[in-house]
Design a protein around this ligand. Structure first.
Ligand code: UT7
Length: 351
């Protein structure tokens, strides 16, 4: 019998620390009205500094997903960790998650760097491993600590007000049931626009180095591995985005890749029970909904509460929609994402 991949368990975690738009006003030259009007965001969560990080949030989300899958951590036979904000430059968070979950079976751990579309990319990788019979319980996590690496000056306000921290996780298993499992994934990239939404220097989360290392860095001979004071001062130590350009590309690529998923499976827009778009901007999600003629009930958004959590946004929204009873067994669920790279992708799943 032909095997497909099902989501056997799902969980998410967001820090308790709620940061409202008005709280940001205390440090950034911005307003609640601007943020809500342009992005739909009302609040986001930030980690408690030095107590929580990308791995600890992933652990919490994973524990829920593992429990809901009805397995124990040691049953996990492969880990895929999606993040652009790892706790160390290396090793990746996958092995840290393995350690913190107490997984002792030496399973493989893969870290992926596909920013906003990373969860969809990770799902596609996991799907191949499950379909071929290589693995039976894959833990896929998207987790991000943006609050540690944003430019909270006026210069960076277009980026800083958007992002939030959080994690989402799924356990993927084989299924032979009809009307269940991943029907297809479609992945794309266009490196031509790599610098339109980017963090151009390595080691952004590794700390700040000054003095001799600054001199070493500025020689340019070996490239920069650490963030220097100079880079912080001139703004190159932070993510940058040409917002309008990214927006214009997003509203084209999202509908394209959703239609690609439907066409590949002979499905229609009206067959979609739930579309979970990457939570980049509520205006982008609303534009897609309108362009595709989808109803309010066919799309789930929660960017209002959590901001853009990049690799975590799709699993957080998927989990929350499922917990609210908006996704039921047999439903056709479409995941779609677009972001830095540019990379974008979709997954069509029978729940
Ligand atoms: O998740 C990955 C994919 N990311 C996306 O898809 C994001 C796509 N882009 C966007 O969502 C929007 O472009 C943003 C929300 C980032 C920005 O909205 P925008 O309407 O494109 O604004 P803008 O960058 O064109 O800036 C318009 C004005 C500027 O002022 P002037 O030059 O017109 O005087 C900015 O300086 O708004 C100003 N501005 C702000 N004002 C108050 C930019 N950020 C802020 C802010 N508060 N936070």
């Amino acid at each position: 019998m032909f095997k497909k991949t099902k989501i056997a368990g799902i969980g998410f975690y967001v820090p308790q620390n709620v940061v409202k738009n008005d709280d940001l006003k205390e440090v950034i030259d911005t307003t609640d009205e601007w943020i809500q009007e342009r992005t739909g965001i009302k609040e986001r969560r930030y980690v408690q500094r030095f107590k929580e990080n990308t791995t600890t949030m992933a652990v919490e989300a994973s524990k829920i997903a593992i429990e809901r899958a009805g397995i124990s951590a040691n049953d996990i036979d492969f880990i895929i960790f999606a993040t652009l904000s790892p706790d160390y430059f290396f090793p990746g968070c996958g092995v840290l998650l393995q350690r913190e979950l107490g997984i002792k079976n030496n399973c493989g751990a893969l870290d992926i760097r596909n920013q906003c579309s990373a969860f969809v990319y990770g799902l596609s990788v996991a799907d191949q491993f499950i379909k071929t019979g290589m693995y039976k319980n894959i833990l896929l996590v998207g987790s991000e600590t943006h609050s540690a690496g944003l430019d909270f000056s006026t210069r960076g306000r277009n980026v800083s007000v958007i992002f939030g921290d959080g994690a989402g996780a799924v356990v993927l298993q084989p299924t032979e049931k009809q009307n269940q499992g991943i029907l297809s994934t479609h992945l794309h990239s266009e490196g031509l626009h790599a610098e339109k939404l980017a963090f151009l220097h390595l080691g952004g989360h590794s700390g700040v180095f000054t003095g001799d290392q600054t001199d070493f860095q500025s020689s340019g001979k070996w490239g920069s591995l650490f963030v220097t004071q100079e880079m912080i001062d001139n703004g190159t130590a932070f993510p940058i985005m040409d917002g309008p350009f990214v927006f214009k590309n997003a509203v084209v690529r999202f509908p394209q890749v959703i239609m690609e998923a439907l066409d590949a499976n002979n499905k229609k827009l009206s067959d979609i029970n739930m579309l979970i778009p990457h939570q980049a901007n509520l205006r982008i999600a609303q534009f897609i909904q309108e362009k595709l003629g989808l109803s309010e009930n066919q799309v789930y958004n929660n960017i209002q509460k959590y901001g853009n959590t990049t690799a975590a946004s799709v699993p957080i929204a998927l989990c929350e929609a499922w917990e609210l009873g908006k996704i039921k067994d047999g439903d056709l669920v479409c995941l779609a994402a677009f972001g830095s790279g540019f990379t974008w992708g979709s997954a069509l799943i029978e729940w």
